[in-house]
Write a new protein. Structure first.
Lengths: 97, 385
């Protein structure tokens, strides 16, 4: 069973894959607001996200049309977007002095 | 013509989906005897919170109110309260009796030991069991239901499949006049704008924001990153990265209808519509609050799996993760993996959930009931002294 990629909102800059892991260059059928296929540029574990366009460090990661965090490093188009290169903007008591 | 919903009409006009004989231990010293008693009657369940002594003020009130709420849940036929000494049990019994439900109390000290509690309790349960055996289910309207909405063991599939499908069922039930209660305000962080637009009034919008920000403030005051705890490790493994991402998926289960107001932990919805209950997100604590608020059943979206269910409110596990559906099928009530692996729409998925909810309401047992994965946990807001 091949994985599929969900894009939930026209403003989203990430796609979420479900149904298995995906390999670089693997064309994934799109679900949600887009049709056709998209391929990640890196191995993406089941349930994880890849960037639909380059996301620069500090820029918002957008899913459901809403900011769900910010990039902590430059992410290339198709790159794996996860906790190694993005972080939350909410509940950050660790940043309070 | 859809099949009618069939339940047990109570004297006060409400409807129960089960005839549970609830044994509540009002102090944790009585938990073992409560469990032994529950093993003696087929429809008995032991509700065995920890603590019950050394609690004070609002913390004590919350515990007493939650125990009483569980006993007053319409699925409960009658309540047997056991406690170490009679006062702790009596104060819970008083609230249950005031709510119009049959209740008996037994204390370990009062009866000179647990063996006597067990013998006296068994006689009470046998009497009630004989009564419930004669009761018949009769038709009721879906608008009479109170349904809790929960998600746990979430992963990326939760916010894409199970929670949006539950949201469509939520809309249908709200439109039918039912009471729908979603919760876990910490898992609304980041989704405030959409909820503002759905609030019934500016005052409700303020209450919703306050309930959400309360949890962000806990992390800020402790100088810790809330994201170190929520999303949890299983959420992160399944693709969720931040509390905002988890929230946007979690709130899908609340559908799209107007938000009527905010309820306190374990508080019953005062009227039809969609309500937000202020209760912590961990599943056992959360479903305990939903059950205490009178939930007839709980629609529980899961991804990586959380196995727990409420002993009082049949809890349906609804899953859109193909791997979980395949490897943990015995825990899942409604499989929605074909939304991912085939062309099943969310509307078709919602119809499947509604059909299973109707079956469970009419007596079919859930996976959690069959497996005995039933537990309660009452939130604490102060330390014991």
């Amino acid at each position: 069973m091949p994985a599929v990629a969900f894009i939930l909102h026209p403003l989203d800059n990430v796609a979420t894959i479900l149904g298995g892991a995906a390999a670089p260059g693997e064309a994934l059928a799109l679900r949600g607001v887009s049709a056709g296929t998209r391929a990640p540029a890196a191995p993406i574990p089941d349930g994880h996200k890849f960037a639909l366009a380059p996301i620069a460090a500090g820029e918002a990661v957008v899913k459901y049309g809403v900011t769900v965090g910010r990039a902590t490093a430059d992410i290339e188009a198709g790159g794996h977007v996860h906790i190694h290169n993005m972080e939350s903007l909410r509940g950050r008591g660790d940043l309070k002095t | 013509m859809p099949e009618p919903w069939l339940g047990y009409r109570r004297a006060d006009g409400t409807v129960g989906l089960r005839n549970i004989l609830a044994i509540i231990s009002a102090t944790d010293a009585a938990n073992p005897v409560a469990r032994r008693l529950a093993a003696r009657a087929p429809d008995a369940v032991a509700l065995t919170p920890l603590y019950g002594r050394g609690q004070l003020g609002d913390d004590l009130d919350l515990s007493i109110r939650t125990m009483a709420g569980l006993g007053l849940n319409p699925n409960v036929y009658a309540v047997l309260i056991v406690s170490l000494e009679p006062v702790a049990g009596g104060r819970v019994a008083e609230l249950i009796a005031a709510g119009g439900k049959r209740v008996e109390t037994l204390s370990i000290q009062g009866l000179c030991g647990t063996a006597n509690v067990e013998a006296a309790g068994a006689a009470i349960l046998a009497r009630w069991q004989a009564e419930t055996a004669l009761l018949k289910r009769t038709p009721f309207e879906e608008g009479e239901l109170t349904i809790g909405l929960e998600c746990g063991g979430s992963d990326a599939s939760s916010g894409l499949v199970s929670n949006p499908a539950i949201g469509l069922v939520c809309d249908r039930l709200v439109d039918a006049g039912a009471r729908l209660v979603f919760s876990e305000p910490v898992e609304l962080l980041g989704g405030e704008a959409a909820l503002d637009a759905r609030a019934a009034s500016p005052d409700v919008a303020r209450q919703v924001r306050a309930a959400i920000l309360k949890y962000e403030r806990i992390a800020e005051e402790a100088h810790v990153n809330l994201n170190a705890v929520n999303p949890a490790p299983d959420n992160i493994k399944g693709g969720l990265t931040t509390i905002e991402e988890k929230s946007l998926g979690a709130m899908c289960k609340s559908g799209s209808r107007r938000l009527s107001g905010v309820l306190a932990y374990g508080e019953a919805a005062p009227g039809p519509g969609l309500w937000l209950m202020d209760a912590p997100a961990p599943a056992t604590e959360n479903i305990t609050a939903l059950s205490a608020g009178g939930a007839h059943a709980i629609l529980f979206g899961t991804g990586a799996l959380n196995s727990i269910g409420s002993p009082v409110s049949p809890t349906l596990k609804i899953c859109g993760n193909p791997r979980t559906c395949a490897t943990m099928a015995d825990h899942i009530d409604v499989r929605l993996d074909d939304v991912v692996t085939a062309d099943t729409t969310l509307q078709e998925a919602a119809a499947r959930i509604a059909e299973r909810l109707s079956d469970v309401a009419c007596g079919a047992i859930t996976a959690a009931e069959r497996l005995g994965e039933l537990e309660i946990a009452i939130s604490r807001i102060r330390p014991s002294i």
